[in-house]
Every structure is written in structure tokens, then in C-alpha cells.
Design a protein around this ligand. Sequence first.
Ligand code: PPS
Length: 299
Amino acid sequence: MSDPDKKLDLRRSELFDFHGVSMIHYVTDNWENIQNFQARPDDILIATYPKAGTTWVSYILDLLHFGQTSPERQTSIPIFKRVPFLEIYIPSMDTGVDLANNLPTSPRLIKTHYPVQFVPKSFWEQNCRIVYMARNAKDSVVSYFHFDHMNMLEPDPGDWSSYLHRFKEGKMVFGSWYDHVNGWWKKKQTYSNLHYMFFEDMVEDTGREIEKLCRFLGLSPSVEEKKQITSGVQFDKMKKNNMTNYSTVPVMDFKMSPFMRKGKVGDWKNHFTVAQSEEFDEGYKKKMKDPTLQFRTVV
Ligand code: PPS
């Protein structure tokens, strides 16, 4: 359990190479315990590269599973406690592993940003359901840039142009966006209990994507319930909801940026210059060789 008497020691971290991936110590310090995590067959892992809409999917899954049976969860437990972040390890706070181990729910919903090769082996052995959400690279880097300003544990983001350069090089916490989305996409070819979805599809038609999620999860909520969930998880509602907007997290500085910032497809156009966009697209073409994995940067 967290110790309320201990003061939080908030320090921006440095990137370092960890088994070939850029990481920070807050997500590697508990490595042994994470790797030895004992998944259960009904656990559901929500996996994403940062800023792909993890919180959105987490909230949807929580509502689908527990919205009817334990409505009090929705008003009393913040989403990051209902869906623990497996690899997080911040001194004097609950670790992700402890939070996950202490979850009273069944199924347990667990979040990770790890690239596919870092996922604890018990998830594969138990054939757990995994939901992977991906978001186009340009909106991901913009969202990540703002997040790195407001999250006091992240490495200092510096200016936009150097940040964009580092993103292209894969020098971000959790490594290269390209490796992440491709690695998980490849995994889907051999591991059938993986539902790969896209942020852009969610923005385009949340109800349709919730339907697909229900089919994958083997759930059949009533029409009324689906309508309620689809409406409850819209950006403006989640932004106002203290249980989903991260306003209760001490490591985030909301004066810099809200966590629920814009929630749009195409905000990259407000950040990239024409030259930056063209150069980005050139590199993108070289790295994204698999024609079966396509992203949309507008909807
Ligand atoms: S984190 O820190 O990696 O877990 O962040 P994550 O939750 O993956 O991503 C945050 C971005 O998702 C947006 N978001 C939404 N967009 C549309 N609708 C809904 N309901 C929604 N919920 C979260 C959030 O605003 C962040 O994106 P940006 O572009 O920064 O606004």
C-alpha cells in the first residue's frame, strides 16, 4: 500500500536503453516482479503505445464488465486504480503489480505500454484476451509532447522540433512507435486472442467499435446499456469526470496541459510545419513496409 507520510519525490527521468528499447526507470525498476506476474485466464490486458487512447478503452471495458453490477465503482475509484498500469513503479506509491494483484474483480483489467516482447509470459500461457489500441503516428507524437510537459516523471520534452526528431528515432519512453505498432500487429497473426483496434475508428464511430469489442469479449449488453456506455465515454464527458480525467494524480501538472486535451484526429496539423510533415512522411514510408497495417491521419 502507498505510504501517505512519505513525500513524493517527483523527478523527471532520463531515457536509457533497456533490452534494445528506450525506457525510464519508473517502468523498469520492478522488472523481476513484472516478469513473474501471474496472469489468470480471464485477465484482460489493455496494451497501447502511450497516448493511443488507453484510458478511453480502459473506461469502456470497465463499464462493459462492471457498469451494471457495481455502479459505485464509477464514482469512487479513479480509472488508473480500476485498471492498474502493470509496469509502473513510483517510490511511496502503490506499484502496478501490487494494484493488479489486489484487484478484487473478475475479470481483472490491466494496462500496459510495453512493446509486445516485454509482456510477462503468463499472459500468453494463460491465453488471456488482449485489446491493443493504436493511433496514427502524427497525432500520437503531438499528444505525447503535451503529456511529457505535464507529467513530471517523464524526460524533459524540450522543444517541438527536437522532440519530433527523437520520436522518429524511437527515443521515447517505450521506444519506437513504429516497432510498437508493428510488433503487436505481427503478434496478432499468431495469437488469436488479440483484438487490434484504432483510435481513428473510435472517433469515427464509437458505437460500432464497442460492438466489435463486445463480440471479442463475448459480452451481449442490452441496446440501452450500449447506448448509455457510448454516450458516457464521449470526450467531453470523460474530460469532466474526475474518475477518468486523471485530475487526482499527483505527478501531473494540469497548469501545463490537461490529460484529456483535445481527443481529436488531425490535431497534428496544428503542430507540424509543411516541411516537417513532408519529411515525416518520407521516413514513415521507409519504416511502415507492411501494407496490411494502415493508419488514417484524418477521418
Ligand atoms: S496514456 O497516458 O498513454 O495512458 O494516455 P492515453 O489514455 O493512451 O491517451 C490519451 C489521449 O487519448 C485522448 N482521449 C480521448 N479522445 C477522444 N475521446 C475520448 N473519450 C478520449 N479519452 C481519451 C486524450 O484526450 C489524449 O489525446 P490528446 O490528443 O492529447 O487529446
